[in-house]
Design a protein around this ligand. Sequence first.
Ligand code: ZN
Ligand code: ZN
Length: 413
Amino acid sequence: MSGCEAVLAGLEAELGWIRDTYIDLHRHPELSLEEHRTSKLVEGKLAAFGYNVTRIGGTGVVGILANGDGPTVLARADTDALPVAEATGLPYASTVDGVMHACGHDLHVAALLGAAKLMADGRRAWSGTYIALFQPGEEIGAGAQAMVDDGLVAKVPPPDVAFAQHVMPIPAGRIATTAGPVLSAADSLKITVYGKGAHGSMPHMSVDPVVLASSIVLRLQSIVSRETKPGDFAVVTVGALNAGATSNIIPDRATLLLNVRTYDAQVRASVLAAIERIVKGECYAAGSPQDPDFEYYDQFPLTSNDAAVTEKVRAAFSARFGADSVRHATPQTASEDFSRIPDAFGVPYTFWFLGGVDPETYRAAAERGTVAQDIAANHSPLFAPVMDPALSIGVQTHVVAALSYLSTEGATP
Ligand code: ZN
Ligand code: ZN
């Protein structure tokens, strides 16, 4: 029996409490950076499994299992829920008004706890150090940074490699992975441009910020169409444009809220520079009396999978689940803050997607061509991953990935 098989042999016996934990977490979702109950639950379980448990970054929890010589592996689950009113009608639906685990982080937590238990119980089959890290505040892009700021790097043994996974609206039983960019970098920014207010009947006495902002919105479209190299990826969206309140007053300012997505650090820098240049240029052209303000918020780093780590883990997944279950992932325009953790240690990582949709439901929708209509995606009030087999696979992926790095030589299964 290989080290991996020896560790996974205990899975069937553990699935009961893993399911119960998932249901419990789903019933009791907590918003970003308010994951108090969740953190307590995680701490209690990790301690019971024999982990050395530390709180880092408020509601962040890290469990460390030092198990002799060998590499150190870090696996991360995010723990927060969303301000969404659940509409799934599930028997274990959220009991908290307006808060829901609509992104599957409850599944990530339950799966990593399951993996942590198997790694502890199967410790005779491997050697090295296993770190299970439970990160708060992913949805607002703040939790990984909070853990880093609270001394994560000093408090935790440096890992050689880091892993994370995310349940997605693809068939359960399927895993999708790719080397290189897998999730985009995201930047939100609030821009305020200034004009000079006047009576609506006296435009010649104003510097009209409505016209100025309109011109900015149109000119921003040229960043992707004219300045970004064809084939490079960038999204520039103006999600909000606010100025004035009534028809006969020209206001004195306008605000724009922008969202930017990119897969490449250089493209990101060029796009952000172009936005600032265009806004300043338009303000100058309009005769704006004051420089514009740029305020960046909700920034997510690029998630770019290390090629060697991804290939090693993909091969281990294929060996365990069959090559047909392990697909090539197309990069997603969604974003994550996970990479701040391996980046803080300066170590490579890989991030994979886990199927969460009943395979039969998915197949039927795909045949009808109605996946977009019939399958609820992450953040939908109808988002409801199927527990089986998504949860069991989510436990196994963490164990298989970890044991592809941890030493199983000379272990005594
Ligand atoms: Zn989410
Ligand atoms: Zn998520």
